[in-house]
Design a protein around this ligand. Structure first.
Ligand SMILES: [Zn+2]
Ligand SMILES: [Zn+2]
Length: 276
């Protein structure tokens, strides 16, 4: 299922992401590679490598943006909360013991599903709503979101290394024309600033994501448990590789680096059967 949220903030962030990545590509190709490695095989290697990372970045980003993050489908018949109250046993049959009620969607939802106010839906294992992908980060698209962060981080490091090398080499082959030299320096400085900004930003978010995976607690759950000081919340002692496989799929770990399909735990929504 393809989703796209009509959120102006998310739309702006997506455009900004595309603009920043394309600008980085322009600077690297036009002002670094063409200036420092003219006619060299190394120039072609860097262009191919840099654009391969961008290609993977765009694929993972698109999949994070347009994938269903794990929307809990609305039942045919909503719960009548006015009649049933919030008594979970009142009037309606609870599909399973660990299911909870969403008062906004007026339905039962599976454990670890949370309501997103921006998407206006309950999302399975919702982590947070991210404007950079204009979508929720949930059970079914977290893999693509983390890959997107990784590729942005990798691209930032690569760009900074190329600029550093260009300053070190200080271009035997570079044009000595003042205007060209000044433009190259200006674009290089802007690229370094952009790379540091986005690089540090994605590293911080990626650390949060891996922390959430290894503690088996989404960001939403961390906040809820902190607020309620829920001492009953039991930490899981699953092996880290198993926790990673739950997010990235039960495939070879090398495939976790690429934006291929993720294994979905397709659960039937029992509420639909109950009210037929
Ligand atoms: Zn809801
Ligand atoms: Zn959302």
């Amino acid at each position: 299922m393809v989703v796209f949220r009509s959120d102006p903030c998310g739309f702006f962030c997506i455009l900004m992401t595309y603009g920043a990545v394309l600008y980085a590509d322009y600077v690297v190709v036009r002002w670094i590679v063409f200036q420092i490695f003219p006619g060299s095989i190394w120039g072609s290697v860097h262009v191919v490598l840099f654009n391969t990372i961008i290609f993977l970045l765009f694929i993972s980003h698109a999949r994070a943006v347009f994938s269903d993050p794990g929307i809990v489908p609305l039942p045919k018949h909503r719960l009548n909360l006015a009649e049933d109250g919030l008594d979970e046993n009142g009037g309606s049959i609870k599909p399973r013991e660990d299911w909870t009620i969403c008062t906004r969607c007026e339905m039962y939802r599976p454990p670890r599903a949370h309501h997103c106010r921006i998407c206006k839906q309950c999302i399975r294992k919702m982590d947070h709503h991210c404007p950079w992908i204009n979508n929720c980060v949930g059970e079914w698209n977290q893999k693509f979101f983390i890959q997107f962060l990784m590729y942005v981080g990798l691209l930032s490091v690569y760009a900074v290394c190329l600029v550093a090398y260009s300053w070190y080499a200080e271009c035997k082959n570079c044009s000595k024309e003042l205007m060209v030299r000044q433009s190259r320096i200006l674009h290089s400085v802007l690229l370094v600033m952009e790379s540091l900004l986005f690089g540090m930003f994605v590293i911080a978010i990626a650390c949060d994501q891996f922390d959430a995976i290894f503690t088996d607690e989404t960001l939403v759950e961390q906040v809820k448990n902190r607020n309620t000081q829920d001492s009953t919340h039991t930490k899981h002692s699953k092996p880290k590789i198993k926790l990673l496989a739950e997010v990235f799929g039960r495939t070879h770990p090398l495939l976790w680096l690429f934006p291929c399909s993720v294994h979905k735990s397709h659960l039937v929504h029992p509420i639909q059967d109950l009210h037929v």
